[in-house]
Design a protein. Structure first.
Length: 495
């Protein structure tokens, strides 16, 4: 798939640009030979690939600043990249742009156990923060399945979640401050260790902005004390719909688990073959419900949750006997994506959010679509907050199968919007879901998004063509909300 920005770079002198970048960065920090660029041609969503014009690997904030200023002066698009584990094509390079890697920003600058905060560079792995805070009895709550590899800068860009986001929130709820460079090289310090600050909430605006507004060079995160006790209850069901209804019973009873995850039979069998977590492979679905907190509180909640699960029709309810079994239960869930990758040549990972009460009917409709498109689906998701991750299994080597898979995925996202949900919960929009943004938002809303983008990046050089579609694209896609029979904001096409 050929990806390029709308910027006219036909007159760009590539050798002159490479030479200028070499003057700013050490020799091994500028890649421009095709074989060196290949490893950067895609992120975790491998359906889209593009080789960038060049890759820069700066090591200091000043080097990032100078690269941005150079690209700004020469009208060269820039895509910022973390570990490349994203699943929406958000860090997909541009054929006529510079890929700016933050992989060398790997330092944990400060762990402050008194104020329970950590200051880290954007290339620090998510899990490394909790490992560094562990000696103080603290940890960082958001835990994406890729936490062993994904970086905090990418987590902020995508507003990542994880299996414990139901109780402890997404990245946006756990970030206190950012240092961000604009495309013109201006350093913005947003938020901080204080609980509140005057003015607009730019911290929330930057979190989930997918690299469209600035380049993150430092992150201050909130640390939490490790709970006194954490224990997992595993429940098996002979019907996916019953499992979905059980989720509503638990939340409706006023219990907020640390994590509440669901897997269907295809995902269960794949994970069990891969991790040997002890899952019941004959179950149609399982729920993993983790309760954490004070010892007495957890004991009471486990008894109540077991009762609710049995009332909902669970065929088996099992409580983790010790920390090792708890870890195995979660290892199976966190390895579900790669596990499914072992049973299919390719899979397409979707990410949408729905109201919890619509879970049973949405799962039934996904099953109908699976039969209609003749493509298997493994369902793995954060059931407690309605964040779905249907994995559509396909073979890209079969003519037309990728296109059919993308159409199927689009139908799932449209379904999420139709029941009052959203086309993403934590993976971002990127390239994968940009057409579905036309279903999610009307022209006045898209116009406001572009106005915000223009305020930070007037030339549209940062990650262009991602996340927010133009009205022209929506009109071509055939999904634009039309007001009075015409596009209401024709000037939007220029962005």
């Amino acid at each position: 798939m050929q990806i390029s920005s709308t910027h006219d770079t036909s007159s760009l002198d590539k050798p002159a640009l490479i030479s200028a970048l070499h003057r700013l960065l050490p020799g091994d920090s500028v890649l421009f030979e095709r074989e060196d660029l290949r490893p950067y041609e895609c992120d975790g969503l491998s359906a889209y690939r593009e080789v960038p014009l060049a890759v820069c690997l700066p090591q200091t904030v000043e080097q990032v600043r100078e690269v941005l200023r150079l690209c700004h002066e020469r009208n060269v698009p820039v895509v910022a990249r973390g570990a490349g584990t994203g699943l929406s094509g958000g860090a997909l390079p541009l054929s006529n742009g510079v890929l700016l890697s933050l992989a060398r920003f790997m330092s944990i600058l400060e762990i402050d156990p008194v104020n329970r905060v950590a200051r880290v560079q954007p290339g620090v792995r998510n899990l490394a923060i909790s490992q560094a805070a562990a000696p103080y009895g603290l940890y960082y709550a958001p835990d994406p399945s890729s936490q062993i590899a994904c970086t905090i800068g990418g987590n902020v860009a995508e507003n990542s979640g994880g299996v414990h986001c139901l109780k402890y929130g997404l990245t946006v709820h756990n970030v206190l401050g950012l240092k961000v460079l604009t495309i013109a090289g201006e350093l913005l310090e947003i938020g901080g260790a204080a609980l509140d600050a005057p003015g607009y909430d730019l911290l929330a605006l930057m979190t989930g902005s997918e690299g469209l507004l600035g380049v993150i060079v430092e992150v201050t995160v909130k640390l939490l004390p490790k709970p006194e006790r954490a224990q997992v209850v595993l429940a098996a069901f002979d019907d996916v719909v019953k499992a979905g209804e059980a989720v509503g019973r638990i939340i409706g009873a006023g219990i907020i688990p640390g994590g509440l995850e669901m897997m269907d039979n295809l995902a269960i069998r794949a994970a069990e073959d891969f991790i040997h977590a002890g899952y019941p492979v004959d179950a149609a679905a399982i729920l993993l419900c983790e309760l954490d907190g004070a010892n007495e509180e957890v004991s009471e909640q486990i008894l109540r949750v077991r009762q609710l699960l049995q009332e909902a029709g669970a065929t088996e309810v099992r409580t983790a006997r010790d920390e090792q079994e708890r870890a195995r239960f979660w290892a199976g869930r966190k390895a579900a994506f790669p596990a499914v990758g072992r049973i299919s040549p390719d899979y397409y990972c979707m990410d949408g959010t729905i109201p919890r009460k619509r879970l049973p009917e949405v799962l039934s409709r996904i099953a109908e679509l699976s039969r209609e498109y003749d493509l298997p689906v493994a369902n793995v998701f954060h059931a407690g907050d309605g964040n779905l991750h249907p994995l559509i299994l396909y073979d890209a080597n079969k003519p037309g199968e990728l296109e059919r898979t993308e159409e199927f995925g689009g139908k799932i996202l449209d379904l999420c919007v139709a029941v009052g949900g959203a086309i993403t919960g934590e993976h971002g929009v990127g390239m994968e879901k940009i057409n579905q943004m036309c279903h999610q938002f009307a022209p006045p809303e898209l116009a406001q998004f572009h106005s915000v983008k223009h305020a930070f990046d007037p030339q549209g050089l940062l990650n262009p063509g991602k996340a927010v579609p133009t009205l022209h694209r929506c009109a071509e896609f055939g999904a634009m909300h039309v007001h009075g029979g015409k596009l209401s904001h024709p000037g939007l096409e220029r962005f």
